[in-house]
Design a protein around this ligand. Sequence first.
Ligand code: CMX
Length: 137
Amino acid sequence: MKPTHIEHIGIAVKDLASAIRYYEEVLGLECYAVEEVKDQRVKTAFFMVGQTKIELLESTDPEGPVGKFIEKRGEGVHHIAFAVEGIEHCLEEVKEKGVTLIDAMPRRGAEGLDIAFLHPKSTFGVLTELCEDRKQQ
Ligand code: CMX
């Protein structure tokens, strides 16, 4: 597999509204979408920087993945998402190479992308997401 680019960087924040203000007023980026992903128990906000997005993540449930992350490790970089082509095949390949999958099959994530996570314990401490945009196909 060969990722085409970094699709987004996920950043866990306690308060989405104040984090949006920082990205807009200090960094001068524009928040172009806010979306709740119920399945993941998060509310997200997106900013475009070149061909990469910043995805802010506010937890909607203390027991959800971002709620637990903030409780344990505080706010900060939560995951890196690589854009790939043929996500099912990529998952098979990384599994064969000994990486632990969180998602054996892709599921629907924010912005309608097909996404799957690799476990941070087998990716040198970085929660890694593979994602594919098949909306145009
Ligand atoms: N990055 C690096 N390490 C992480 C991590 C992260 N984002 N989240 C958890 N960990 C580490 C913890 O620190 C902990 O390490 P130690 O055992 O050394 O303390 C270990 O993983 C287990 O953590 P946990 O709090 O017990 O959490 P779980 O095992 O229940 O879940 C994980 C961890 C990664 C499997 C879970 O968070 C998950 O399935 N994540 C994928 C889904 C997700 O993150 N969704 C939110 C984003 C959705 C979106 O982008 O739309």
